[in-house]
Ligand binder design. Sequence first.
Ligand SMILES: Cc1ncc(COP(=O)(O)O)c(C=O)c1O
Length: 360
Amino acid sequence: MISPVAHIASMSPYALAQLNAPEVKRLISLSQNESPRPPSPLAIEAGAQALKAGHLYPDPDWGELRLALSGLHGIPAEGILCGNGSMELIACLVQAFADEQNAVLAPQHAYPFFRTAAQLVQARFDVAPECDGRVSVDALLAAVRPDTRIVFVANPGNPTGTRISRADLVRLREGLSGDTLLVIDEAYGEFADHLGEPMFDLVEHGDTVVLRTFSKAYGLAGMRVGWGLFPAEIAGEIRKVMNPNNISLAGQAAAKAALLDQGYMRATCQKTVRLRDGLRQRLMQAGLDVPESFTNFILIRFASPEKAHRADEALRAEGVFLRPQGGAGLADCLRATIGVAVDIDIAAGILERRAEGEKT
Ligand SMILES: Cc1ncc(COP(=O)(O)O)c(C=O)c1O
């Protein structure tokens, strides 16, 4: 018997969405925070063209993509690293800056992959309480220990959908010591860009990283392209642990073309936000608790974990898959990604009928 190392043997695999549709039903996945729209036609064309050179390795420095990101966001190209999804960058950050001697800290209902990344390097994973699904900077600062090496916050948050203001993030950074790395994961950042609170300038101080992804607003989840702005010294360490050929030629080309088609991305966001807010209104009218969201999903809070579970079963029986949130400490919630209008309507109808049935 060939045994894995003990801490890997004791881990569960990262839990992705469970999509087992009952036979004959059309599967409606509202479970992975994917975009309801395919990528920009320009991105599809660029990806297809890139495949013609598919016998060659991709650019290990993501040169064209970095320049495009630098130009759009007004940030230095040298500080940008691209990852095979932002998940790769999260895992690399933890691998390079934490180990079994220290700890990673995140809010209580944080994106579960932060915990997985910490487990992979045997770092302790600490959590700070949230206040009604909102990150509390005071609680995070109170939870910092002398051995806290990394603090992760997603802004806006997944699965809560709530947002931390720039003033609060600056306060968090100022309350941390200079040897604690702050990682601000802005996977849903494009959905909050209109609020005008960019965080990239914090990176200049050398102790903060800001991550983004092409998986959400740009609709390129299947191409696996994430990126971030890193202080130079941190970027140097991350380079040592990342796959040196991490993003395919097609992924790089598609991401660059998608980035240059800002009109298409903004239209995706507007459409998603309209559907999101409409769904939220419908469910609230049906008596469900749905906090305001700044993302491409909503969190639906039920009266108990059992009620959330039963609603999930009823939806699945109709082929509709939302995402249970027990893994993020929210067993009384289901998260619904904003899909195409017809699918949202089907999911809303099922939840409305259940809510109505419970009243009578
Ligand atoms: C907060 C957050 N960070 C990172 C990711 C990972 O995104 P990517 O597809 O870029 O790996 C997700 C995906 O759902 C997310 O919700």
